[in-house]
Write a protein that binds this ligand. Structure first.
Ligand code: ADP
Ligand code: MG
Length: 652
């Protein structure tokens, strides 16, 4: 090196900038650095995965600007060790990063996923919890600090001549400056990024070629860019250099050549999740539209499944070229938990991503994918019921959004929908088909009750009569249920009917086997009693006028004295609560108060009313009680308390 060159280099180093990591990065690094006892191999998987992404991105950009890859049209990744300096380097000739990108991408946590991880990290108790979280989210680039005490990133953005060096010990911050000649040489004159790790003593096994090769093979075989062992210059010289990995897009390989491990590794690569896929669906469509898709359902629900900002992240490829992982039009929102790739043979490459999303082919792919996934889920439900239950528990409420969103797939959706019901007392999921097969003679409707939780509706008074007669009632506990039920009126011609709304005609439905018992009870109500309860009801109606729609004898109660239901033409009880919470609804429907005329309390009250006693307090108490059971608030709490005390006083 001449004196002049040395001078230039010193000058470059003088111009270096020192910057601190954003606080969330520091926090994350703290944990990563101490994660030595977890699977260290992961860092190579993450760096190779980033290198492959960088190649994918440039391949796409070069469609519009072929000049970007004129220095070398062949993408490659090189991994090599330097035993003298005790380093490992991963080099790609992908998009590269300019100065601002280095700062933004490696110095802050820009990605919402990783940001969420650090949020959760704060809540996590001990270190094992934190490590589990790292596994769940993947920490990408920062995982290099599991094995390195210093990381140097040299990068040249495609289309630019500037080469930057980013260095950090992974503690407080990083420095950034223009790379000197020796550092720049790591890129071998091409665009892209080189990442050099100064390996910690505890991780020195990675300084062996065999270890590097076996690790890359194990985790990155599916990467479609060839990965070579050796520095770029050596690899370029060696005519016989062969890639360590298979270097073909996994989804294009024949199914019989793919092992479960290949599928799972690829899942880890594209999802950054550590769980195993709950369902893997790989298929190829030929005909009017042609595409291949390899899609996964995760085992674990993503943390942001119900975040309105959550986007579709299934990757779209066109003839093996990565286009985008941010096109909402590609997947139905109710499948937003799916991960994987869709590779189209028909879409044009030379139009922008923005225009592409309005392409009719995308719409066709979206529907074909939805149909296929619904079919596969239906199969899963038959072949592996425990796995399906797991799926439904995690994603059922998202899937049900499709019931009102996507009329086209209603049938397929209804087929896989599961519900709790009075059958098995809310212990097991039932299908609508099960329900229909168990319907009683003369039963025309599918009965349901909706509420906030299974616990809150399991003992609803409104269900008493149904249970007594052995008529099944579905328990619906997702907020979404009240909404899709507004748009789906029937299943196979059987209409859905809420048991907390309108009248129920039990007479049409065949009574339960032990009919004699019921008959006997029925006989117990004499004509006289009938008259006195009628009078009581009329009285109640007068007292509660303005607060209830009406008061009527109940057909659905067997054990409780009273319950509330919505009038036929009103909004259903739980729906009204949901609407109020969402502040979309003001007017409140006056409920119907139903009275169990066979209940002893009611009989006694009827008798005392006949004797001319005042039943005003009783009417209010019963009405308030019905509201409380319904989870509603009582209008006048002090009046309620006073009436209650009076009654207790009398009883004592
Ligand atoms: P992720 O890959 O999930 O986005 P990482 O922590 O692995 O998160 O990487 C952070 C970001 O740094 C990437 O999104 C990318 O923008 C950038 N990056 C990392 N490695 C490379 C690389 N080899 N080439 C270009 N950009 C890279
Ligand atoms: Mg990454």
């Amino acid at each position: 090196m001449s004196a002049q060159e040395e001078h230039i280099e010193e000058k470059a180093e003088e111009q270096q900038e020192q910057q601190s990591f954003s606080t969330d990065v520091s926090r994350l690094l703290d944990i990563v650095a101490n994660a030595l006892y977890t699977n260290q191999d992961v860092f190579l998987r993450e760096l190779v995965s980033n290198a492959a992404d960088a190649c994918d991105r440039l391949r796409y950009d070069s469609i519009a600007s072929p000049d970007l890859i004129k220095d070398n049209p062949d993408f490659r990744i090189c991994v090599y060790k330097d035993t003298t300096n005790r380093t490992i380097t991963v080099v790609d000739n992908g998009v590269g990063m300019d100065k601002a990108e280095l700062i933004e991408n490696l110095g802050t946590i820009a990605k919402s996923g990783t940001a969420a991880l650090t949020e959760k990290m704060k809540e996590a108790g001990d270190d094992t919890d934190k490590l589990k979280l790292i596994g769940q989210f993947g920490v990408g680039f920062y995982s290099s600090y599991m094995v390195a005490h210093k990381t140097q990133v040299v990068s040249r953005k495609a289309g630019s001549d500037d080469i930057w060096l980013w260095v950090s010990d992974g503690k407080t911050g990083f420095t950034i400056r223009e790379a000197n000649e020796a550092e720049a040489a790591r890129l071998d004159g091409q665009r892209g990024t080189s990442i050099t790790l100064d390996i910690k003593d505890e991780a020195c096994e990675f300084l062996l070629d065999q270890k590097i090769e076996s690790t890359v093979k194990e985790y990155s075989d599916h990467i479609s860019v060839p990965i070579f062992l050796g520095a770029p210059a050596e690899v370029a010289k060696d005519k016989d250099a062969t890639a360590i990995n298979s270097a073909s897009a996994l989804w294009m390989r024949s199914k019989s050549d793919i092992t479960e491990k290949d599928y799972n590794d690829f899942y880890t690569h594209i999802s950054s999740n550590i769980d195993e896929p709950l369902m893997t669906s790989h298929w190829n469509v030929e005909g009017a539209i042609e595409f291949t898709s390899l899609l996964y359902i995760p085992t674990q629900k993503p943390w942001d499944l119900f975040d309105p900002g959550r986007k579709n992240i299934v990757k779209l490829y066109v003839r093996r070229i990565f286009i985008t992982d941010d096109m909402d039009a590609l997947m139905y929102p109710w499948l937003r938990f799916m991960r994987g790739v869709i590779d189209s043979e028909d879409l044009p490459l030379n139009i922008s991503r923005e225009t592409l999303q309005y392409n009719l082919t995308i719409e066709k792919i979206k529907n074909a994918v939805a149909r296929r996934i619904l079919g596969d889920l239906d199969k899963l439900s038959r072949n592996d019921p425990p796995a399906f239950s797991l799926f439904w528990g995690q994603f059922g409420s998202a899937i049900k959004e499709g019931l009102y969103d996507s009329p086209l797939h209603r049938e397929g959706l209804l087929k896989i929908c599961r519900f709790y019901s009075t059958h098995d007392d809310g212990e097991k999921f039932v299908t609508l088909e099960d329900y229909v097969s168990r319907m009683k003679e003369g039963q025309e409707e599918i009965y349901y009750i909706s509420g906030d939780s299974l616990k809150s509706i399991k003992n609803s008074p409104q269900a008493e009569g149904f249970k007594a007669k052995g008529i099944e009632v579905l328990y619906l506990t997702d907020t979404i249920d009240d909404f899709w039920l507004q748009s789906i009126l029937d299943y196979k011609g059987k209409t859905f009917k809420s048991i907390t709304k309108g009248d129920i005609d039990f007479d049409k439905i065949a009574p339960k086997e032990d009919k004699k018992d019921d008959d006997k009870k029925e006989e117990e109500t004499s004509e006289e009693q009938q008259k006195s309860t009628d009078a009581l009801i009329t009285k109640f109606q007068e007292i509660l006028k303005g607060q209830v729609h009406n008061v009527r004898p109940s057909k659905r109660l067997t054990d409780s004295a009273v319950c509330l239901v919505a009038p036929d033409e009103g909004v259903d009880m739980h729906m009204e609560q949901v609407l109020k919470i969402n502040q979309k609804y003001q007017a409140s429907t006056k409920p119907v108060l139903e009275i169990n005329v066979k209940h002893n309390l009611i009989k006694t009250l009827a008798a005392s009313c006949e004797n001319g006693d005042d039943v005003t307090d009783a009417a209010y108490l019963l009405f308030d009680q019905a509201k409380i059971i319904q989870g509603q608030s009582v209008d006048d709490l002090s009046a309620f308390a006073r009436r209650m005390s009076d009654f207790m006083n009398k009883a004592i």
